[in-house]
Design a protein around this ligand. Structure first.
Ligand SMILES: Cc1cc2nc3c(=O)[nH]c(=O)nc-3n(C[C@H](O)[C@H](O)[C@H](O)COP(=O)(O)OP(=O)(O)OC[C@H]3O[C@@H](n4cnc5c(N)ncnc54)[C@H](O)[C@@H]3O)c2cc1C
Length: 372
């Protein structure tokens, strides 16, 4: 192993010396934080460290839903959380999406305002939908966001659901294009990135801090921790890993599924990706087993997803499962993210739950302000 000690003058000077900020984790939050920090303070020398040979967190493994709240998810949240918290979280997701589009133009990340449909077995009370529309209009400025649209079920060939509510303001994006766009922005802004570099510990000092890796240690005045579910390794934060599993079908000719769909309070989600279907979720059937940072899909949950896919989403169709994977979300007792300073010169932006596509750019920006 080539340790830092044996690097050349050029290598040390480029990557490791006179750093103003080290950002740990190259997901949406880490990259957004680096880009905003560099924009605010162009003279800062910033290094982004990533443990994987590519970004190995939720940001490259998610479903690409650009969403801020489905009726059944909001209903579930309203039953379990203070009302104000529910609207604050929705507002943060909505604002986060606007921040994301400011950072990376919609056309560069394959964004489509395709709408989303929340599938159910029973209609919701129309007063409840009116109440949702009233609050969402206050937050987003858009009226009649939620509307009953059960025809979509028949048009999509879906079985086992009777009612659907459309959210006309949600959409989808291409996760790969998003991460590539952020990476390109980092490079364009002169932010240095090192992959395959796991941070083992941090040493907090009086005038400077140190980041300890297997290759050696790196000194930096400022450190941002953007390791999402894995942040508890460094500080006693209320965040823990939750595995989320996904599959993608082979291409389907004449695919009728178009747009993004959720059911069971957002615990299940599917969408088309060109002529394939991406389907994920089901964590609520095995909370304890899925409370893990393992990124390996399991037969039990994958078979469960495949069975729903074949019975309800794509009944009577011939296809195979072309991709299966699992990613790690950072969850906790609250649905809101943790963005705060935890030690002199050290700030964290973690606990994005299943909403980091929506909130990540905003959290990255907030975190960058703590680093200035
Ligand atoms: C399957 C799945 C589907 C999802 N679908 C959606 C969706 O449709 N819409 C939505 O809004 N959200 C979705 N999410 C959630 C969203 O992807 C996350 O909330 C978001 O990507 C989190 O971004 P992040 O930058 O905080 O963390 P991450 O992307 O997890 O990044 C953390 C990075 O830190 C690195 N790291 C960790 N420890 C260390 C260390 N010690 N040293 C160096 N590097 C380290 C990791 O390798 C990783 O790259 C989904 C998540 C999953 C898993």
């Amino acid at each position: 192993m080539l340790t830092y000690e044996h690097l050349s003058f050029w290598e040390k000077r480029t990557y490791l010396e006179q750093l103003d900020a080290v950002i740990i984790g190259s997901g949406i939050v880490g990259m957004a934080c680096a880009i905003h920090l560099k924009k605010a303070k162009p003279h800062l020398k910033i290094l982004l460290l990533e443990r994987g040979y590519l970004p190995t967190g939720a940001s490259t493994k998610n479903a690409g839903f650009a969403c801020f709240g489905s009726p059944s998810e909001l209903q579930d949240d309203l039953n379990n959380l203070p009302e104000q918290t529910v609207w604050d979280t929705l507002a943060m997701r909505y604002e986060g999406l606007q921040k994301l589009f400011e950072l990376v133009p919609k056309r560069c990340i394959g964004y489509e305002r395709c709408g989303s449909w929340d599938l159910m077995h029973e209609p919701l009370d129309s007063d409840f939908i009116a109440y949702l529309n009233q609050h969402v209009a206050r937050i987003t400025g858009q009226t009649q966001v939620y509307q009953a649209d059960s025809l979509k079920i028949r048009r999509s060939g879906i079985q086992g659901f009777t009612t659907a509510y459309k959210n006309r303001s949600e959409g989808s994006l291409h996760t790969d294009l998003l991460i590539q766009s952020l990476h390109q922005l980092c490079i364009q802004r002169g932010i240095h990135l090192l992959f395959g570099t796991e941070v083992l510990s941090l040493e907090i000092g009086n005038s400077s801090n140190r980041v300890i890796t297997a290759f050696g240690s790196i000194e930096s005045e400022r450190i941002a921790l953007c390791t999402n579910a894995l942040a508890r390794k460094f500080f006693p934060l209320e965040v823990e890993p939750a595995r989320a599993q996904v599959l993608v079908t082979s291409p389907l000719p004449d695919l009728k599924i178009k747009g993004t769909f959720h059911f069971d309070a957002g615990y299940y989600y599917f969408r088309n990706v060109h002529d394939r279907v991406l389907f994920g979720g089901g964590r609520n059937t095995a909370f304890e087993a899925e409370n893990t940072a393992s990124m390996h899909p399991t037969d039990g949950l994958q078979n469960h997803l495949e069975s729903i896919l074949r019975t309800n989403i794509l009944p009577n169709q011939t296809f195979s499962i072309a991709y299966r994977w699992a990613g790690t979300m950072g969850v906790g007792p609250a649905k809101s993210p943790i963005v705060k300073t935890v030690a002199p010169g050290v700030a964290v932006g973690v606990r994005m739950g299943g909403m980091g596509v929506a909130m990540g750019a905003l959290v990255g920006e907030k975190l960058s302000k703590l680093m200035q």
